[in-house]
Design a binder for this molecule. Structure first.
Ligand SMILES: [Zn+2]
Length: 166
């Protein structure tokens, strides 16, 4: 249900992730490490969409179905396990424990910063309220698309479903 074309959405995620990773890495003189883990936290976080696909459809991967987001349409659920504010304080706490090991510190801080920027941009791009990116909030709503989406967004969801004959 993208409001901007998917390639642009992904490009925004990728560039912001690399940039924030670079900034974290530069601060600790570990630029490459910062960029690599900024990209993991801020771009590859979206791999939970692939995970969602496998959990719904099993191991019959169909790229077109995947890109159409059918894993969300047919299950009526939005889990997106990696998209959650709750991981951020946990990562920050871990980075405090490992603050003396610079490489680990850079890895954890770049992951945190990358994920944070990703979630903020997802809120803006997808026009979801920040609470939708809380795992606890989604759990409390049984991960139900109908409960998590706004009425307008859910109407669009239903239309997409009809469009695909689901
Ligand atoms: Zn995302």
């Amino acid at each position: 249900m993208p409001l901007i074309p998917l390639p642009l959405h992904l490009f925004i995620h990728f560039s912001l992730a690399a940039l924030i990773g670079y900034l974290v890495g530069r601060r600790f003189n570990r630029i490459c490490l910062g960029i690599a883990f900024g990209i993991i936290g801020g771009f590859f976080i979206d791999l939970d969409h692939v995970l969602e696909y496998f959990l719904v459809y099993g191991f019959h991967f169909d790229l077109i179905y995947f890109l159409e987001g059918r894993q969300f349409l047919s299950s009526d659920k939005i889990h997106i396990w990696f998209h959650a504010w709750e991981y951020l304080p946990v990562l920050l706490l871990l980075s405090w424990f490992w603050r003396r090991q610079k490489a680990v510190l850079v890895i954890l801080l770049a992951l945190t910063a990358g994920a944070f920027v990703h979630l903020v941009s997802d809120c803006l791009i997808n026009q979801y309220p920040p609470r939708n990116y809380s795992l606890i909030y989604r759990y409390m709503h049984d991960f139900s698309a109908q409960e998590l989406l706004s009425p307008e967004q859910y109407q669009k969801y239903i239309r997409d479903r009809q469009y695909f004959g689901m």
